[in-house]
Each structure stands twice: as structure tokens, then as C-alpha cells.
Design a protein around this ligand. Sequence first.
Ligand code: ACO
Length: 150
Amino acid sequence: MIRQLQKNEEIPYKLLLLADETIEAINRYINDSEIYIFENDNETIAVYALQKISDDTIEIKNIAVDTKHQGQGIGKLLLRDAISRAKAKGFKTIVIGTGDIAIKQLYLYQKEGFEIFDIKKSFYLDNYPNPIYENGIQLKDMVMLKKELI
Ligand code: ACO
């Protein structure tokens, strides 16, 4: 079941850190975001965070599934949940950003109807203290994707 995390509940940093490198980076958006969690047998196994960007646009700032539960369709479920909540809230566009070398994520987001509209050059060089490597390649640019909701 997916439900919104209440303000008095503990923020699931361990999960959020699967999708973002540092607590500092997460803290730049998390307190200003709505957090949704996926629970199974009282255990939180996945999370996503939605932040309003403008009156028309909302962004999925973080989406993560516990490693043991990846590849079982939960990420897709969360993405669809985020899209339907954004639509219900009246937003016109939902956006999401990921690393330029994040093949699986780019595949998933485009399969769910997101389209690339921007590249934030050097995002990972400018916003993180240490270099980030994925599969031996240094992460540099953030790819921004959007989906129109109407
Ligand atoms: N390689 C390529 N494609 C894959 C792989 C893989 N290893 N695993 C799954 N996929 C594909 C599947 O084929 C599936 O599409 P299909 O059902 O049409 O075949 C699609 O990805 C979605 O699969 P799910 O099982 O729904 O994905 P999952 O539950 O693993 O969630 C997620 C995806 C959120 C990216 C998860 O793997 C994760 O938490 N990764 C680590 C954190 C992360 O990178 N988060 C995103 C960062 S960007 C951001 O947060 C804004």
C-alpha cells in the first residue's frame, strides 16, 4: 500500500540514499516535499518525494525501491502513483531528473511516457562534494524528463 508519510514520522533516509548521494543533497528538498511510502508487512520498502516547482509543475525529486525488492514492478507502480496524484492535485506537468548514464532509470521513465526536455550540464559536479561513479563512468549531467498531465 502506498501512503503519504506524516510530518511526525521518521524520514526514510536509508531508502532515499539509494537515489541520492548525500543526506545534505536530500535535505535540500525533502522538508519541502510530500513523501510517499510503499509498505509491505509494516516494512517501508520504497519511497518517492514530490516537490512543487511552480503552480503548473511538480517534480519527483527522489524515487527508490529497497534493493531486495527491485525489479518486481514497484518502481513502475510508484511512478504511476506519482503521476496520478500530480494529476489529481491539478498540476499540468510532472518532471523527473536522473543521471546521464542511468540507463535503467531513463528506460523506465520514458516507457512511462516521460520525454527528455533539458540537460542540466555539470549538475553532479557542481552539487556534490565528491565525484560519483556508476559502472565506472563519472556522473556529470542531469537529464530532465517531463510528462504532460492533460
Ligand atoms: N536493467 C534494465 N532494466 C531494468 C532492470 C535492469 N537491471 N531492472 C528493471 N528494469 C526495467 C524493467 O524491465 C521494467 O520495465 P518492464 O516491466 O517494462 O520490463 C522497468 O525497469 C521498471 O522495473 P521496476 O521493477 O518497476 O523497477 P524497480 O522496482 O526496480 O524501481 C528504481 C526502479 C526506482 C530505479 C529502482 O531500481 C531503484 O530504487 N534504484 C536505485 C535508486 C535510483 O536509482 N532511483 C532513481 C534515481 S532518479 C530520482 O530519484 C529522481
